[in-house]
Ligand binder design. Structure first.
Ligand SMILES: [Zn+2]
Length: 503
């Protein structure tokens, strides 16, 4: 032991201890729960006694050690306590799937909100997520926390979302789901547009509506089920999004194409109203489907027009006229009416015309026809000629050997019957120059027929003959080489080609 000044070091040492003990008091000893350390001992420790102690180095060291143990225990507890607070965190789940650990719920919720916002912005649609985040309290170290970026990517890779769309339905059939309610309305407007857009200022569409029951309903669908407006319009207008076509090749017609695709010519014609079936050429595109609209735009339009009105035909009978005769006594004339009508069109095609008002501008004039009732005698010309005899055409009408041959020569055996080509009156019989024996018949309708080179004549001038009556026999009289009939047809006194009349 080293002798010391009794007062000074002692005083200073005990002061130091007092200060330390004061600090010690401030530590809430009750909360210290260190089992090995017996706190009771600390309580029994009488500070007053401490003063009495000969504060030699040993005692002081003992107190100091004790003190340090207490301080360290306190600090340890405090550290533990701080650490417990600092490591509080949450396991983040998407549905039941663990995504990672975060310190606060707010940061995960904010990441989720960001993702939602981003999806909504990207697809311009209201996004509905199939799973929400949920949390479970836990502890974790800083280094085990998931970063915002990782959490974002993790959520994105696992999340399924649907979008809130608008289902457009026609008679209960969904024709497409649109992003916005306005999109559906726009589609309907566009369908109506061609039928409201009037180039002619005079036509007035009074009403436009759909015949079908059309409605729009909110619906949650996967993003890929959101339809493109143009596709929906096309589907509504044609009933299918794609119309197959066939490119015409050489030699093909609607008939061969119809056979090829197991359809009918009528259907092809209907599907290709813009094409003339007779003018189909290689390279033309033929539509194979009849576009069938899913939706019908009905328009009611008031129109005004002037219409010709038909006249009626009145008949009068005259017993002095032959039954096959008729004359027009009064010529009929169509009238005019101004019509006001409602035209109902379905997709532009006229469906019905309701006449609202009809105003006669000009009355029609009825036609008056007089018909004969007298029995027609057989000798009256029928207007058509028969072949007077059977035989071979040996010479035709026209130029022959530099001269005009005015008739048709029919070679027939001598004595064969010659029949009147039509009914009429005999105007000449007898020999006449190069004709030899000739019969001429006036048919009373502008036509005359002549039969030449006859061997025998069986009628007299002035006789009335009927069509097919045996009037003479074939011969070889006059300027003739060989037995034949020379037949002439005159129209208003002028020779015409008999071949155009006799059949
Ligand atoms: Zn002749």
């Amino acid at each position: 032991m080293i002798e010391q000044n009794p007062s000074e070091p002692n005083t200073s040492n005990s002061n130091k201890i007092m200060v330390l003990l004061d600090k010690l008091k401030k530590i809430d000893i009750k909360k210290i729960d260190i089992k090995r350390f017996d706190i009771r001992k600390l309580k029994k420790f009488d500070i007053k006694k401490l003063k009495k102690y000969d504060l030699n180095e040993i005692n002081f060291r003992r107190v100091l050690i004790l003190f340090m143990v207490v301080v360290m225990a306190g600090l340890g507890f405090t550290g533990y306590k701080i650490n417990e607070i600092r490591t509080r965190g949450f396991d983040v789940f998407l549905g039941s799937e663990l995504l990672g650990k975060v310190r606060t719920e707010e940061e995960a919720v904010s990441v989720m909100a960001d993702i939602k916002r981003e999806l909504s912005n990207t697809y311009d649609v209201d996004v509905v997520l199939d799973n929400e985040l949920n949390f479970e309290a836990t502890h974790c170290k800083e280094k085990n926390l998931i970063s915002d970026t990782d959490l974002r990517n993790n959520i994105k890779s696992k999340i399924n979302f649907v979008v809130s769309g608008y289902s457009l339905q026609v008679n209960g059939e969904e024709v497409g789901v649109l992003k916005h309610e306005e999109d559906a309305q726009e589609i309907l407007d566009k369908i109506k547009e061609p039928f409201v857009d009037i180039k002619d200022d005079e036509s007035k569409v009074k009403e436009i509506k759909f015949l079908e029951n059309v409605n729009v309903a909110k619906k949650e669908v996967p993003l890929n089920k959101i339809a493109n407006s143009d596709d929906v319009i096309k589907y509504l207008q044609t009933g299918s999004e794609e119309i197959k076509t066939h490119v015409v090749e050489v030699g093909e017609s609607f008939w061969t194409i119809a056979k090829m695709y197991d359809t009918t010519v009528d259907e092809l014609v209907e599907a290709n109203l813009d094409k003339d079936p007779k003018k189909l050429k290689p390279g033309d595109e033929v539509k194979l489907l009849v576009p069938k609209s899913k939706i019908t735009v009905a328009t009611v339009e008031e129109i005004e027009y002037v219409e010709d009105t038909n006249y009626e035909v009145q008949v009068e009978y005259d017993k002095n006229m032959y039954a096959n005769q008729k004359t027009v006594k009064v010529e009929g004339k169509r009238g005019k009416s101004k019509i006001v009508a409602n035209e109902i069109r379905h997709n532009g095609m006229l469906f019905e015309r309701e006449i609202i008002n009809e105003e006669v501008i000009e009355e029609p004039i009825d036609e008056l026809v007089v018909k004969g009732t007298k029995e027609v005698p057989k000798t009256i010309a029928t207007g058509s000629f028969l072949m007077p005899t059977r035989g071979r055409i040996s010479s035709r009408y026209g130029m022959r050997w530099g001269r005009m041959h005015k008739g048709l020569d029919i070679a027939a055996s001598y004595g064969s019957a010659i029949k009147a080509a039509d009914g009429g009156k005999v105007t000449f019989t007898g020999s006449k120059g190069s004709y030899g024996n000739l019969v001429e018949i006036d048919h009373g309708n502008g036509y005359k027929t002549r039969y030449a080179h006859c061997s025998k004549i069986l009628v007299k001038t002035g006789d009335k003959v009927y069509k097919g009556q045996h009037i003479a026999n074939v011969g070889n009289t006059g300027n003739s080489t060989g037995s034949h009939l020379h037949l002439e047809v005159l129209k208003n006194g002028v020779n015409v080609n008999p071949a155009n009349f006799v059949k």
